[in-house]
Design a protein around this ligand. Structure first.
Ligand code: MN
Length: 735
């Protein structure tokens, strides 16, 4: 078993002045809390954090990272909480441990397949510190190295996740060595049969391949020396099993046809001209395969990888690949961003170290930013890892259902959006929600990694104010749809009542008539409507007049006979017409915001006038009743806030005239009535009624009903009356 002193020595070797005391304390804390725990292998659990810390020391990471490596599983696997970590080790380590714990929770939750990309994005969205990625990769690497003791299903799941998430991240960060090892271990555990078959096949050729490589290496060394091209090292490699397997599968070819089954790698001194010189020597020895030459030095790959690649036909006709790069490029190719730490000067001061860290952070951000365009790299079959759309600061937010399904939503989405994203029924019936087990308001904004449980109730329904909190169009459309459905239900009810009243006016049995589905359907069809409810809704919306329905029901003769209007005297008839004109059944002079064609009535108590501020109240009897906002009754209506709707004056060219009753108080003298009616007539305003009285106080009281278009018009009329000599005051009745 590795000892903490080995780790500390490694840190001290690499970083002068490192706080080894911190590492020792982290070790003791981890040992204390993991005591008694064992790994699947039977070893003490502590081996795992120690090995992770060792990998981090190997990467030359700072003591904070190494200490975090020791503590990384404490919050997840023991009773210690984050606050305790913070009180012992400070904010920085607590933040790193928290990040790692959250990522570990993602792995535990994401049991659903087909969501690899979302999980990958989520992991990245949650990484707030470069070191979290590196520690997580070290953690995963050690787990992959020691997974032989786990059950096959668990091995397969972890391996799949490694291929989906961690190998691509290592690749994006240019950490070729870590990525290769992760991939080969995952391949071995996920496809054990393929792995065995392929490794057997490669092993059977290995002596031959090794011999070929030796010969190639010595030929290259000889010819480079001959041509006085300096080099540091020549390596040979047989293609890794996972990348070989992928290539065979993708291109459906035999192993003999793989151009880069073996490859020679030449490491030159840190000047790219040696790479190109070496290349020319190689092409002088062997014939290059056309189209196989790649200059990743002039144009580095997105993950900073630099190298020259060429394939040539070897002596026996066996093609092989040659990779040429400087030592610096080689470090980057093997260790990616980790190389930034490792190969910096050993004696950096604190300030320089901070600068270096800052520079690294920027590099990582750049590397992990989304690759918008497909570059040539992705056509390269040697390396056909798909484009990874990574984004450290995504426009999206990722959250989980309790079952571990990842739900991706735009940033700023709330629990309402989440509920509708699961299913529209879940949204409709949502009454509340829990985030990470805690009850929260449904308008709460989602954070990355939240585990969200939506609480529902069969009797619940969406509330209109959700529109203020829903961001996604799916949620908004559903809520709107629901509101309009509700309004339809309401208007059917209104239509039914209006038709009921009308039938009674015609001396019919309203109940019987309303239950006569066949007849209602017949009338509905005459209006081009399908069902009786459509007819009722149309009445409720004010599109169809109940009186006209009666006409269709009764036929012209019977209608005339029963028509209550025929029984009234003429004066009443005119009055009815006037009333109808300004109340305006079906008339469109007021609109309810966002909804068309609802039945609208002006409230009799305040008789609102065009131009005045108005408010609508949904009444089952009369549809939407529109009040002047200052009407004294409005405050009572406010008790039923959910029935208040926004209304506004329709912008109509043809403004409707409306009757308004005014009361003028005057001195008691003759000619007052004539003076006032004259003044009104002079501004071309219609007078419907005018009468004069004398009050107990011996003042003249003149009531006059005028026809005006809007408030402005009314103000003009009032002004005109006020100017008549002898007028003391003018007020509006019922306003
Ligand atoms: Mn771990």
């Amino acid at each position: 078993m590795i000892r903490i002193e080995d780790v500390i020595n490694k840190v001290q070797e690499n970083r002068r002045g490192a706080d080894t005391d911190l590492i020792r304390r982290a070790y003791l804390f981890s040992a204390l809390h993991h005591r008694g725990q064992t790994r699947a292998s039977g070893e003490p659990y502590l081996v795992h954090p120690l090995e992770v810390a060792d990998l981090l020391a190997e990467m030359r990471l700072d003591e904070v990272s190494v200490s975090t490596g020791l503590l990384h599983d404490v919050v997840e696997d023991t009773l210690v909480d984050l606050d305790t970590i913070r009180s012992y080790f400070g904010d920085e380590i607590a933040l790193l441990v928290d990040g790692l714990t959250k990522i570990a929770n993602i792995s535990d939750l994401s049991k659903e397949k087909q969501q690899a990309e979302n999980v990958r994005k989520m992991v990245l969205a949650m990484i707030t510190d470069v070191r979290v990625v590196l520690i997580k990769l070290a953690d995963r690497l050690h787990n992959m190295r020691t997974m032989q003791f786990l059950k096959p299903e668990k091995r397969a799941r972890i391996s799949q996740e490694t291929l989906d998430i961690y190998a691509p991240i290592a690749h994006r960060l240019g950490m070729g060595k870590v990525r290769s090892e992760l991939e080969d271990l995952a391949f071995q555990n996920l496809y054990p049969d393929d792995y065995k078959r392929l490794s057997k096949e490669v092993d059977s050729r290995r002596p031959e391949l090794e011999a070929a490589l030796e010969k190639i290496k010595s030929t290259i060394a000889e010819r480079l020396t001959e041509n006085e091209v300096p080099f540091i090292e020549i390596q040979g490699r047989v293609k890794r099993l996972y990348s070989l397997w992928k290539k065979l599968k993708k291109q459906k070819i035999m192993i003999e046809q793989v151009y880069d089954l073996i490859a020679a790698r030449i490491i030159t001194e840190n000047n790219r001209k040696y790479c190109y010189l070496t290349m020319s020597v190689i092409h002088d020895i062997w014939t290059p395969v056309p189209e196989r030459f790649k200059d990743w030095i002039a144009i580095p790959r997105d993950n900073l990888y630099q190298s020259l690649h060429t394939s040539v036909i070897g002596d026996g006709g066996q093609p092989f690949e040659v990779q040429i790069r400087t030592q610096e490029m080689h470090h980057i190719a093997e260790e990616g961003v980790a190389a930034h730490w490792k190969y910096k000067e050993n004696s950096l001061g604190k300030k320089q170290e901070d600068d270096a860290l800052d520079e690294l952070r920027k590099t990582v951000e750049k590397l992990l930013l989304p690759l918008v365009e497909n570059t040539e790299e992705h056509e390269d079959s040697e390396d056909f890892i798909e484009t990874l759309k990574l984004d450290l600061y995504p426009k999206d937010v990722y959250a989980f259902t309790p079952m571990g399904k990842v739900i991706q939503l735009p940033r700023g989405s709330t629990l309402i959006d989440f509920a509708y994203a699961i299913h529209s029924q879940v949204g409709d019936k949502c009454t509340g929600a829990k985030i990470n087990g805690r009850i929260v308001p449904v308008r709460s904004e989602l954070q990355n990694g939240d585990v969200v449980e939506i609480l529902t109730n069969q009797n619940a329904s969406p509330s209109a104010d959700w529109l203020n909190y829903a961001v996604t169009s799916k949620a908004r459309n559903r809520i709107r749809h629901h509101i309009s459905t509700e309004q339809r239900v309401e208007s059917i009810e209104i239509g039914r009542r209006l038709l009921h009243q009308e039938a009674e006016k015609f001396q019919l049995s309203a109940k019987k008539f309303l239950h006569n589905d066949a007849e209602l359907k017949r009338i509905a069809n005459e209006y081009g409507l399908g069902r009786p409810e459509d007819l009722l809704a149309s009445i409720g919306y004010g599109k169809t007049l109940p009186r006209n329905v009666m006409a269709k029901h009764l036929g012209p003769e019977k209608f005339a006979e029963l028509d209550p209007e025929n029984k009234k005297d003429n004066r009443l008839k005119t009055g009815m017409k006037a009333v109808k004109k300004f109340i305006g059944l079906g008339e469109d002079s007021i609109v309810v915001k966002g909804v068309d064609n609802l039945l609208i009535n002006r409230a009799k108590c305040c008789n609102p006038l065009r131009g005045e501020t108005i408010i609508g109240y949904i009444s089952l009897e009369k549809g939407i009743v529109v009040h002047n906002k200052r009407c004294k009754n409005v405050s009572h209506l406010m008790l039923n806030k959910e029935r208040i709707v926004d209304v506004e004056w329709a912008k109509s060219e043809e403004t409707q005239k409306q009757s308004v009753q005014l009361l003028a108080t005057t001195e008691n003298r003759t000619g007052m009535l004539a003076g006032i009616t004259n003044a009104i007539a002079n501004i071309k305003t219609g007078i419907r009624d005018a009468r004069a009285n004398v009050s107990k106080e011996d003042l003249g009281i003149i009531e006059v009903t005028v026809e005006v278009f809007d408030k402005k018009h009314l103000d003009k009329v009032v002004g005109a009356i006020e100017h008549v000599p002898g007028v003391i005051a003018v007020e509006r009745v019922n306003a």
